[in-house]
Design a protein around this ligand. Sequence first.
Ligand SMILES: Cc1ncc(COP(=O)(O)O)c(C=O)c1O
Length: 415
Amino acid sequence: MSKAEKIYSFDKSMELFHRAARTIPGGIYGHFSPTITVPGSFPYYTAEAKGCRYLDVDGNEMIDYMCAFGPMVLGYRNKTVDSAAATQQALADCTTHPGVVMIELAERLVELIPTADWAFFGKNGGDMTTYAILAARAHTNRKKIVMVRGHYHGVAPWCTALGFGGIIPEDHYQIIQVDWNDLDEFEKVVAEHRGDIAGFIAQPYHHINFGDQIMPAAGYWKGIEQICRREGIVLILDDVRAGFRLSMKGSGDYFGFEPDLSCYCKAIANGYALSACVGRRELMNAASKVFFTGSFWTSQVPMAAALATLSELERTDAPGRMKETGTLLGDGLKELGRQYGLEVTFSGPPAIPFMRFTEDRDFYWQQIFCSEVTKRGSFFHPHHNWFISTAHEQEDIEETLNHAEAAIKVVKREI
Ligand SMILES: Cc1ncc(COP(=O)(O)O)c(C=O)c1O
């Protein structure tokens, strides 16, 4: 039987999920929650991972197109990164004082990212986006933050939607939302609140769930930059998801604009817990006045892992490779769509793509397709953008396209 014909089952995953739900709220929470996928059609627990593949608890081997929702960028258990981490682990990790590695990493980011004169470290992306808005307020002595409707910046109350547990309207009191790619709306908001806006924060492009990824319109970022400079508004780039997958110099450089503050996380340390905010010299004094810290924020192992990850990404031209691999996947899926008469929209940068069927109105076809691909051994998330790593090789893409062809036949039958 060919690999494409073998259908996985996920009984052990299901059993563990039910067990977890007795002692863990929601069983698996947040963006890792399996409740938005088709129950029984996706694995819920990982047993082992290497390169671009993992074994789930049912013993199924998966080619992973979520890469731990982004952090895995060089492949699971990358030897170079893990050995740098192990060397540091043998010396010191969570200690009373930081290590020299913290200074080395700050210097490395300053050397790498054109708009970075300093760096600050935390653990999660959301730590850094919240730190950045506090730094913007400290710098400007203003209160309001403008963000883009639908952009995700983590789980702090200021950026979590009403309707989620515990969020109250007052959490959004000084937050104003504008539409993506709408310079006129931003101008209008600036005119209404002149002198009161501390910062504008956005992702480098519109990466939303349940929808196509929308790139910046021509002139959008330059326009935002000009308005921010004219009005003394701090321009904050949330590069948590796209950072180091599009360009080693950050997505500001990639899209041709200069943020005042940029936030990094996911791909910075190939799975070791670390995030960073980098900024321009003018903001350094204000940034030093923000009180922001955590028990593990100076841990040395993730910083050593980050130094090794950045070197490996640079040495292997990782953004270029991921673009090529993602393009191969996208071209293959579009071709399958043509062959079977189901047009495919492949949106976003090829290294962080999203696919859906153009005529699929309610994601029903998508649910069938992604669960059928997954049951054959390639994990495609039905609603969230996917991630490519440098560990995905041409043979992996070819194997996935076989899974996709078998799945598309099922979609044709079911719709
Ligand atoms: C653009 C963006 N910003 C911020 C975050 C929050 O990062 P974290 O989940 O590490 O707090 C994410 C996470 O998905 C993200 O994609």
